[in-house]
Design a protein around this ligand. Structure first.
Ligand SMILES: C=C(OP(=O)(O)O)C(=O)O
Ligand SMILES: [Mg+2]
Length: 400
């Protein structure tokens, strides 16, 4: 292992055209790692804090960079502990989780480079599992990612029967194309949302029919099982004052929301439902998990925010049976690994995820393989999404 000699930070563009933070980490033996922070739009209330990119860079340069120089790049726990110590808050509000996560990931890449190992190997170790994650591909979407489209944020193709990562990735792209065909037949124009999913001006009920038809068509073509799932991002639908989930003109009480989601799982044989309920409602999550958790994944994104304390609370009451892992929600790779480990020890699946604002960074593809995650959620089309999907294909091919 060699020591970090230099950490540099710069402002780059994300996929929405917003500024984000990129970090370069250099070691004394010439090891190099570069990584960039993604950014959410439907962010959870309990996420680590993202500061404006310029401010985050200035604060991290002043407080974190001097502490990092001299540390071993391959010693991820020490690097991440130094980031936490430099920040001094629980939520990275002093230097920004955007600089923290960019540095944490860049250090991991520099550590891998020093060893001459691919990142997934460095992070996962010699005894990592042999499994590859099933990609969940966003094919129709709305909510905070596209205005005038569906209330439900994401309809996700789930090629659970694909014999390989490559076939799964191409199946999702085929479902995305098939959705366009179905919309075209119905005369519905559709732009794309932030993650590259179609964002048609149709009701949620119509979207279910469109996606079900597209999935069925592609399933028949490829000859393996494709199901679909949802990210309801229900914290964005929930109105605290009205104590109800708001779908345009319609509202649903918490009990009605549970009934609605349980009905959808039944009707469409959903493989996956993320954030079906508000981020503060562990109890309702637990009730839904009790009802349908034996046949689908109930995943906490805004509920858990990749945070072991919130996950522990969920485990105690049986809220959800899987966790979404977004490194920038918590600020470091060590924290993200801890969340995966806690989930695994408690029989929960992990789903490694992109954000709606992304870059060409491919770290999450390596993270998903390193942690033996059941799923990766990283879109279907669009350069910042295919960067991760293509990296997954390369990892499976052992060609990184
Ligand atoms: C990827 C998501 O969106 P965002 O990055 O906007 O939180 C999500 O909610 O899972
Ligand atoms: Mg989500």
């Amino acid at each position: 292992m060699t020591r970090i000699t230099n950490v540099s930070l710069r402002r780059i563009l994300d996929s929405r055209g917003n500024p984000t933070v990129e970090a370069d980490v250099l070691t004394e033996s010439g090891g190099f790692g570069r990584a960039a922070a993604p950014s959410g739009a439907s962010t959870g209330e309990f996420e680590a804090i993202e500061l404006p990119a310029e401010e985050s860079i200035a604060k991290a340069r002043e407080r974190a960079v001097p502490r990092l120089e001299g540390l071993f790049a391959g010693d991820q726990r020490s690097v991440d502990a130094a980031l936490r110590a430099a920040d001094g808050t629980d939520d990275f509000s002093a230097i920004g989780a955007n600089s923290a996560v960019a540095i944490s990931m860049a250090a991991a890449k520099a550590g891998a480079d020093v060893l001459g190992a691919p990142l997934y190997q460095h992070l996962g170790g010699a005894f990592r599992g042999e499994n590859f994650p099933v990609p969940l591909g966003n094919v129709v979407g709305g909510g905070e990612h596209a205005k005038e489209a569906t209330h439900i944020q994401e309809f996700l193709a789930a090629p659970v029967g694909a014999p390989s990562v490559s076939e799964a990735v191409f199946a999702n792209a085929a479902v995305h194309a098939a959705v366009a065909d179905v919309l075209d037949e119905h005369g519905v124009p559709a732009a794309k949302g932030d993650e590259g999913a179609w964002a048609p001006p149709i009701s949620d009920a119509e979207a279910f029919e469109v996606v079900a038809e597209a999935v069925e068509t592609v399933e028949a073509e490829v000859g393996f099982e494709i199901r679909f799932g949802l990210d309801m991002a229900a914290a964005e639908l929930y109105d605290d004052d009205r104590e109800a989930y708001v779908y345009g003109e319609e509202t649903k009480s918490t009990d009605e929301q549970i009934e609605y989601v349980a009905g959808l799982v039944e009707e469409y044989d959903l493989a996956y439902v993320e954030d079906p309920l508000d981020e503060n409602d562990y109890e309702a999550f637990a009730e839904l998990t009790d009802r349908v958790g034996d046949r689908t994944l109930i995943c906490g994104d805004d509920l858990f925010v990749t945070n072991v304390d919130r996950l522990r609370e969920g485990i105690d009451v049986g809220a959800g049976n899987s966790i979404l892992i977004k490194p920038n929600q918590i600020g470091t790779l060590s924290d993200a690994f801890d969340a995966v480990e806690l989930a695994t020890r408690n029989g929960m699946e992990s789903v490694i995820s992109h954000r709606s604002g992304e870059t060409e960074d491919t770290t999450i593809a390596h993270l998903a393989v390193a942690t033996d995650a059941a799923y990766i959620k990283t879109g279907t089309v669009g350069g910042e999404r295919t960067a991760k999907l293509n990296e997954l294909v390369r990892i499976a091919d052992d060609a990184v």
